[in-house]
Design a binder for this molecule. Structure first.
Ligand SMILES: [Fe+2]
Length: 267
């Protein structure tokens, strides 16, 4: 039996009717993405949202996000990004006990055959991310506790450089090297899934694969030029579907979001 984990990232929900960056209503984009997700012939077992759930972390934005996510029929799990506020997130989703009551928002969940370890890279008031020794010690202990269970590590800030300079400047600025050595020592880690970049990116990392997911709304402009503007565009949105299959392989499908013609039979 396959285990299907959908990853939706960087939803940046604002209050009803409010526009992100003065021009983008992110809410209908999320609704379209969730519609695509719910119409898939094989529904995901769970959904993980890898941070930047809201744009400013306000109670009004989390209330709006909760309304939008209510259409999901499967469990969903929330993670903070640099645009979020841990306490307002917890207050708005008080039924989500895995969010804890204080401090970092990091947790372990089991989705069928796959263990998900969500680790909190955020630093209040900062766009960049950090993994301090207490967060890394917690991760090390969780990995050591179940060394044989296939595991996905989820984090908002990716632990690698992307070549998109304005994003790398607000990337994971501390703890990445230690994270790499921890993961390299634990072959149970099958993937590191991240947000923050609003694009699909893959790279080798610590003997496994690390990736970032697109946003269901706006994407970060692909520009490797030094000094490039921090910019977004409306390239096709999407989400990722991570599948742990019965052969013991984790594979990822990128799912574009929208209404498209087809399917038409090849025959
Ligand atoms: Fe974001």
């Amino acid at each position: 039996m396959n285990t299907l984990l959908a990853q939706v990232s960087d939803t940046h929900i604002r209050g009803p009717g409010q526009l992100a960056y003065g021009r983008l209503d992110t809410a209908p984009y999320l609704s379209v993405a969730l519609g695509t997700l719910m119409r898939m012939p094989q529904k995901p077992d769970a959904v993980i949202l890898t941070g930047d759930l809201t744009d400013f972390g306000s109670p009004r934005e989390y209330a709006h996000l909760a309304e939008l996510l209510a259409c999901l029929e499967m469990p969903f799990y929330l993670m903070p990004g640099n645009h979020d506020d841990r306490e307002n997130l917890r207050a708005a989703f008080s039924a989500h006990g895995y969010l804890g009551s204080t401090g970092f928002i990091q947790y372990v969940i089991q989705v069928r055959d796959l263990r998900i370890i969500a680790i909190d890279t955020t630093e209040p008031g900062q766009s960049s991310g950090r993994l301090c020794s207490s967060r890394l010690d917690w991760l090390r202990a969780e990995l050591a506790a179940e060394p044989a269970v296939p595991t996905v590590i989820a984090m908002h800030h990716p632990p690698f450089k992307t070549l998109i300079e304005p994003m790398d400047e607000i990337g994971l600025l501390e703890g990445g090297d230690e994270l790499e050595s921890i993961i390299a020592a634990h072959p149970s880690v099958k993937r590191v899934i991240c947000g923050h970049l609003h694009r699909t990116i893959y790279t080798g990392f610590a003997g496994t694969v690390a990736s970032t997911a697109p946003s269901p709304a706006h994407q970060v402009a692909l520009d490797f030029e030094s000094g490039a503007d921090s910019a977004w565009n409306l390239e096709p949105p999407g989400f990722h579907l991570h599948v742990w299959n019965s052969a013991g392989v984790l594979l990822t499908h990128a799912v574009p979001v929208g209404e498209f013609e087809g399917p038409y039979s090849f025959l």
